[in-house]
Write a protein that binds this ligand. Structure first.
Ligand code: SF4
Length: 989
């Protein structure tokens, strides 16, 4: 049967017959059969949540090319009645649209671009490359921003325009600097180019279409042309995700418009309309039209109304075109989107196919899988010659196809050879392998991301990745007020324009008022969605703080004035806050990898990293070092500085715990700065970067530029950041701010995904280089933190007795209890465990009822929390300073529980293993959490490196609380427990 509304012409009109949220059906493909005998058809049998049993979809016309296989997910759009019909047709005649892999949200611009070369669009998605900046591109961007600002504020007068021009020119300073374009010249040019904007507003902005507000249509006479009124501009750069259509996009300006069509008088109505600003010459070409058309679909999702027209404006001429959604064009675009999604999906399901990359595959050869991961090249000289991902395309081709897959055309072959002729087989394989490892990591991020729309808020909250049913407690422009004076002076970053304090909805159906059950924590990226009416991803930002009942978030836009809220003005809006994944970062990593393999790349660096060429040292370069190296450094530390100064390629310093890594690094930086070198300081964590900067900031400070989100940087170091509102005013000013500082400090990215880690992404560059060239490594092995007992654990687990105490005093130090008598009333076990003579104690809970609790992926242990609380109380009663105590646990949920139980003792830090890195305390209590009848110690306790980090935080006393029988199932813990048993360090409760 055909869709139910037979009189409707287009799928959109057919779909209008149904309530908006019902306009698509999510299905799984059960079988695919082709029948090309009578007339070409492809039959899909499908199952889905909205109907019982199996239905058949018959695909005709272009749809027979849908690259779908059994198990794929599709959305079926159109007015099909799945309850009444067993078989439905999707075709030109019957309408309907199929969205393949709808959870892959394809950017509308890429879907629009991909019709000519899908490979190009996929590559653009995979590598976030920053194209060349040219003056005309910069003028285009600035004019674009100016137009958006005028529209949003509906101000077009000269004074406003001049103010905005000055602001935009300052904000574009970095780009102007890149092309050496003076600010004043840019201001004058932008003024000249924007003179006609007021005339545009006079014509098109108003409540009703004016007599001369004709839309451009070269084919039509005035009498037949539509007239336009833009009644309001609602949002700029509105970022819309549409899991219904599998599309996403950033709409330049979301407007409300009225169109007067002389052929359909009386049909005017106010409609949300995407308004795309193009700064090139008027052409309204296919790519621009296609993009605008897809945006109409996005706005339908966003505002819950039918939107069938978009607007396309060219600033050079002020021409405005209406782009009506056409059935044929839309079908072609969705097909292109589906092809694109199909390739991305094949990359994202690498490990679902059971493929794993073993380290032994480091030098792999060509495989068909590699080829299928990218669409085939179009090999057309006109397109390929000016393709701006052309070089990436050729490196991918070389790494997948080896010598066999080369372009047949002579001119294309020459292009290919010049882009890849320098690469050896080993280098090509290295690229292929690491590129795939990045894809593993991406795959994991994508899996988490789709939960934001495929899982209900409560469901996702039970996995710890969402806060459901949240309402606004307090709203504020910019970062919070209740912070130090110093912080108040830090201007508002673009990413943190609004701050919200959120709490649970008091009318919530859930009875969980506290926020304990989430693993969302400070610094996590988040996406906020409106629950009623359901609007996905209305704002993005970061978590500023989490307490028992409140979460404070910094967002990129205001969420109290959303147009969708106007329908229910009396109800306070309810939101869900989801943990987001910054998948774009993987694109940047892939781009960085590619940079090593391009023809104009740094060949020396490639030979060092890929070919493992031995690094060179010239001792003459370090011969004066001893004269300026501070006398308080030990021999290892001095050697490290000299090795770095002598290095012509790289030097590696292995700093064991407590050996003064921070001090040594700071001194290395000073020594390099003295020789006039520029230095990039980077680490995975902000705190590691900041700790070194704190040392550098003492005394004679070299010039420093600290890059990063100022919310995450120590307040006392924010003076080294680029303040987002204190813009540079000239090229010289930028030069001084960006190019003069000798030290640039920022964080780099870490890797989480287990498939990627197992495949080798956990092998750091440090490990790779140090194993190949042990001579290039300097060890820092004299530690000044732990007493000998605590140090012996680390020597046992990791350092094979290479770690030494720096002085006898350090080796013999014990925890001082200023008031030991205060422990007299404490339980005997507390007194015994806290005895200062015991430096290391494993408190075995096996004889207690002390089982772990598990809720989905969240694990904690209430009994261990109670024991930790008693021990901390004992320490504090004996007048050990709270600041000298920390509790560490590998499980985030346990962190929350302990924080809650110790809420009166704010000086006692409670940390995850990872966050404890770089910290040290007199007394550390570790809660291992795992205790179960199946003796499952979990993955975290198998991680030798992580366990070592936890153990080596303690200076004088280390107490480990855990179930001996459970944790011993992890080999690392078994080794540790055997060692402690031999020394009688296990305390049986
Ligand atoms: S170089 Fe040619 S084949 Fe490769 S992505 Fe660009 S247009 Fe496509």
């Amino acid at each position: 049967v055909a869709p139910i509304t037979s009189e409707a012409d287009t799928p959109v009109e057919q779909a209008k017959a149904l309530p908006y949220s019902e306009q698509y059906t999510r299905c799984t493909i059960e079988s695919v059969t082709d029948d090309f005998e009578s007339r070409p058809e492809r039959k899909l049998t499908i199952s889905g949540d909205k109907f019982d049993g199996i239905r058949t979809l018959v695909l005709e016309d272009d749809w027979i090319e849908l690259p779908a296989v059994v198990g794929d997910t599709i959305n079926v759009l159109g007015s099909y009645d799945f309850d009444l019909c067993d078989e439905m047709r999707v075709s030109r005649k019957h309408g309907g649209l199929i969205i393949l892999h709808p959870d892959i949200l394809v950017s509308s611009t890429k879907a629009a671009d991909s019709s000519h070369c899908t490979r190009k669009a996929v590559l653009q998605e995979l590598i976030r490359t920053v194209g060349d900046t040219t003056p005309s591109l910069i003028y285009g961007n600035m004019l674009h921003s100016l137009m958006q600002a005028c529209m949003l504020e509906n101000r077009w007068d000269d004074a406003f325009r001049q103010d905005k021009i000055a602001e935009i020119v300052k904000q574009s300073g970095g780009q102007l600097f890149a092309v050496n374009l003076e600010f004043e010249k840019a201001r004058e040019e932008l003024d000249e180019r924007s003179k006609d904007l007021e005339a545009f507003a006079d014509r098109y902005v108003g409540e009703e279409p004016k007599f001369d507000a004709f839309l451009s249509d070269p084919q039509a006479k005035d009498a037949d042309r539509c007239r336009l009124a833009i009644t309001k501009s609602v949002a700029e750069e509105e970022d819309v995700w549409s899991p219904r259509t599998g599309l996403k996009g950033k709409i330049d300006v979301t407007t409300l418009t009225r169109l007067a069509d002389p052929r359909q008088p009386g049909t005017e109505r106010t409609t949300p309309t995407p308004f795309e600003i193009k700064t090139g010459r008027t052409n309204a070409g296919m790519e621009h039209r296609a993009q605008t058309m897809l945006y109409t679909l996005l706005l339908e999702d966003r505002y819950g109304q039918s939107v069938d027209t978009g607007l396309l404006m060219y600033t050079q001429s002020n021409d405005v075109f209406a782009v009506k959604r056409g059935e044929n064009e839309l079908r072609g675009l969705i097909m292109a989107r589906n092809r694109f999604a199909s390739f991305l999906n094949s990359r994202l399901s690498l490990s679902d196919r059971g493929e794993r990359i073993e380290p032994s595959q480091a030098v792999s050869t060509t495989s068909d899988v590699d080829r299928a991961l990218l669409p085939p090249p179009v090999d057309e000289i006109r397109a390929c010659k000016r393709c701006y991902v052309g070089n990436a395309c050729r490196v991918f081709r070389r790494s997948a196809g080896g010598a066999e897959d080369v372009p047949a055309d002579e001119e294309l072959r020459a292009l290919y050879d010049s882009a890849t002729g320098h690469l050896t087989d080993e280098e090509a394989s290295f690229f292929a392998r690491w590129e795939r490892l990045i894809s593993f990591e991406e795959q994991e991020l994508a899996r988490f991301k789709k939960e934001i729309w495929t899982l209900q808020a409560e469901e996702r909250e039970s996995l710890g990745r969402c806060l459901a049913d949240m309402v606004i407690d307090e709203e504020q422009l910019g970062p919070t007020a209740d912070v130090s004076e110093e912080r108040k002076s830090v201007p508002v970053a673009a990413i943190h324009r609004w701050t919200y304090r959120m709490r649970r909805n008091p009318k919530a159906s859930t009875d969980v008022a506290d926020l304990l059950g989430t693993s969302i924590s400070v610094g996590d990226p988040i996406v906020v969605s409106l629950e009623i009416p359901r609007v996905l991803a209305v704002a993005r930002g970061f978590v500023q703080s989490v307490s028992l009942y409140h979460v404070e978030i910094g967002l990129d836009r205001r969420i109290t004035d959303l147009p969708q809220l106007e329908r229910n003005p009396k109800e306070s809006p309810v939101f869900r806050i989801d943990k987001d994944e910054l998948s774009a970062a993987m694109g940047r990593i892939r781009d960085n990898l590619l940079q090593l393999f391009y023809a104009d790349a740094d060949e020396r660096r490639r030979k060092l990293i890929v070919g493992l060429k031995a690094p060179q040292f010239d001792p003459k370069l370090a011969q004066d070092a001893h004269r300026v190296t501070p006398s308080h450094l030990n021999e290892d530390q001095r050697n490290a500085i000299e090795r770095v100064l002598a290095a012509q390629d790289y030097a590696l310093i292995l700093g064991m715990p407590g050996t003064g890594k921070t001090t040594t690094t700071a001194e290395i930086i000073r020594a390099l700065a003295r020789t006039g070198k520029s230095i990039l300081l980077t680490s995975y964590t902000h705190s590691a970067v900041d700790n070194i900067l704190l040392k550098l900031a003492e005394g004679n400070t070299p010039s420093i530029l600290r890059l990063g989100n100022s919310d995450k940087i120590l307040p006392s170091l924010r003076r080294f950041t680029l303040s987002p509102s204190d813009y540079a005013t000239s090229l010289e000013d930028i030069e001084a701010r960006l190019m003069k500082p000798q030290i640039v400090a920022t964080t780099c990215l870490g890797i989480n995904e287990s498939a990627a880690l197992g495949g080798g992404l956990d092998i750091s560059l440090f490990k790779r280089l140090s194993e190949a060239h042990p001579d290039a490594v300097v060890n820092l092995s004299c530690q000044y933190r732990m007493n000998s007992d605590i140090m012996s654990l680390s020597n046992k687990l990791v350092y094979s007795d290479r770690l030494k105490v720096g002085s006898e005093a350090v080796g013999t130090q014990q925890l001082a209890l200023p008031d030991p008598d205060a422990l007299r009333d404490a339980p005997l076990w507390v007194q015994e465990i806290l005895d200062p003579k015991r430096s290391v104690v494993f408190v075995d809970t096996d004889a207690l009822p002390a089982r772990e609790r598990r809720d989905q992926s969240l694990i904690d242990n209430a009994s261990e929390t109670a024991l930790v609380k008693e021990l901390v109380a004992g320490l504090v009663n004996a007048r050990v300073a709270e600041e000298d105590i920390a509790v560490i646990t590998p499980y985030r949920q346990q962190v929350k529980l302990v924080v809650h139980e110790l809420s009166g003792l704010s000086g006692v830090e409670v940390l995850t293993a990872d966050r404890s890195q770089g910290r040290d305390k007199e007394c550390i209590i570790i809660s291992l959490v795992r205790s179960n009848s199946t003796k499952n110690a979990g993955d975290l306790l198998k991680d030798r490196r992580r366990i070592n980090v936890c153990l080596t935080r303690a200076k004088s006393k280390l107490i480990i609380v855990g179930s001996h029988s459970t944790v011993a199932s992890a080999p690392v813990m078994q080794e540790l427990l055997d060692f402690m048993r031999d020394r009688d360090w296990i305390y049986q409760l």
